[in-house]
Design a protein around this ligand. Structure first.
Ligand code: C2E
Ligand code: MG
Ligand code: MG
Ligand code: MG
Length: 275
């Protein structure tokens, strides 16, 4: 009896695994046409000046409106597109779409809003990324100052010469560069002295610890003063309460993002609620 149950469990496990593997293959295949089929969408989440409460820009966050599976979140498909290389085409679409949005917003504004786009390691390591961005800017008439690139610490760990060159090109063009999820990678702070970085974006896991334990709060304070000493701007992500926003402002953290200010929403809703 136990033996039979064991076999059934195993079979169930096996089927679940197969379903997951099948989904991976399906998404991988479908990712080649997601762009052409207009299934991709950018959501926008406001970024706010913590001292004035004024909106200063947004982060563009990718969504995939899959015809059968519905709205997919990036964590469920970005790794697959990194693996099969479709992230390169998808990433180009993200940059162009964000650039177009920045132009639409800023043509009617005195103080420009900046849009941050996430760049995955594979996308960043293509040798013509800077050129690709330059073309996107020219074709949309977007100013480089209106875009910010968010990269991850892992990209900076192995001193690859191509990464340094691309970062320098992007800075020279006028784009700013932020380190996303700061503090969660295998932080080897030495990279901060080697690479030209404008913004430290403190990971939301640290913000969530604030107020709950002193060590979390002290780490956030320390990150902010490192950034400050190196002439970088600090952004806090994942702000969910007024208390967090107030404390961060007190520590000298300049910019905030999180559900407290607004969740990521479709462009139409962003325009309606935040502009
Ligand atoms: P991220 O760049 O760190 O983006 C922040 C994530 O935190 C977003 O999840 C956002 O919805 C979520 N978030 C924002 N505020 C709060 C908050 O107050 N509380 C909580 N609990 N969560 C909050 P999302 O949209 O699911 O994106 C997940 C990740 O997918 C992003 O993390 C980014 O690494 C990646 N991603 C998103 N769009 C793109 C893209 O266009 N290209 C690439 N390569 N990666 C992307
Ligand atoms: Mg990000
Ligand atoms: Mg982040
Ligand atoms: Mg994060």
């Amino acid at each position: 009896e136990a033996k039979a149950r064991g076999r059934n469990n195993f079979q169930y496990y096996d089927e679940a695994l197969t379903a997951r593997a099948r989904l991976r293959v399906n998404l991988g295949n479908a990712s080649h046409t997601a762009c052409a089929n207009k299934e991709l969408e950018l959501y926008y989440q406001p970024k706010v000046d913590l001292s004035s409460g004024e909106i200063i820009g947004a982060e563009a966050l990718l969504r995939w409106r899959h015809p059968e599976l519905g709205l997919l979140m990036p964590d469920s498909f970005i790794p697959i597109t990194e693996e099969n290389g479709t992230i390169v085409e998808i990433g180009d679409w993200v940059i162009r779409t964000a650039a177009q949005t920045a132009v639409d917003w800023n043509s009617k504004r005195l103080k420009p809003l900046k849009i941050a786009v996430n760049l995955s390691p594979r996308q960043f390591k293509q040798n013509d990324l800077a050129k690709q961005i330059e073309i996107a800017l020219t074709q949309t008439s977007c100013r480089a100052e209106w875009l910010e690139c968010e990269i991850t610490e892992s990209l900076l760990l192995n001193d690859e010469p191509g990464v340094q060159t691309t970062l320098q090109k992007l800075r020279a063009m006028g784009l700013s560069v932020a380190i996303d999820d700061f503090g969660t990678g295998h932080s080897a702070l030495a990279y901060l002295s080697r690479f030209p970085i404008d913004v430290l974006k403190i990971d939301r896991s640290f913000i969530a610890q604030m107020g709950k334990n002193d060590r979390g709060t002290e780490l956030v304070k320390a990150f902010t003063s490192i950034a400050d000493a190196l002439g970088m701007t600090t952004v806090a992500e994942g702000i969910e309460t007024n208390e967090q926003a107030a404390s961060l402002n007190g520590f000298g953290c300049e910019i905030g993002q999180g559900y407290f200010f607004g969740k990521p929403v479709a462009l139409h809703d962003f325009n309606k609620h935040f502009l």
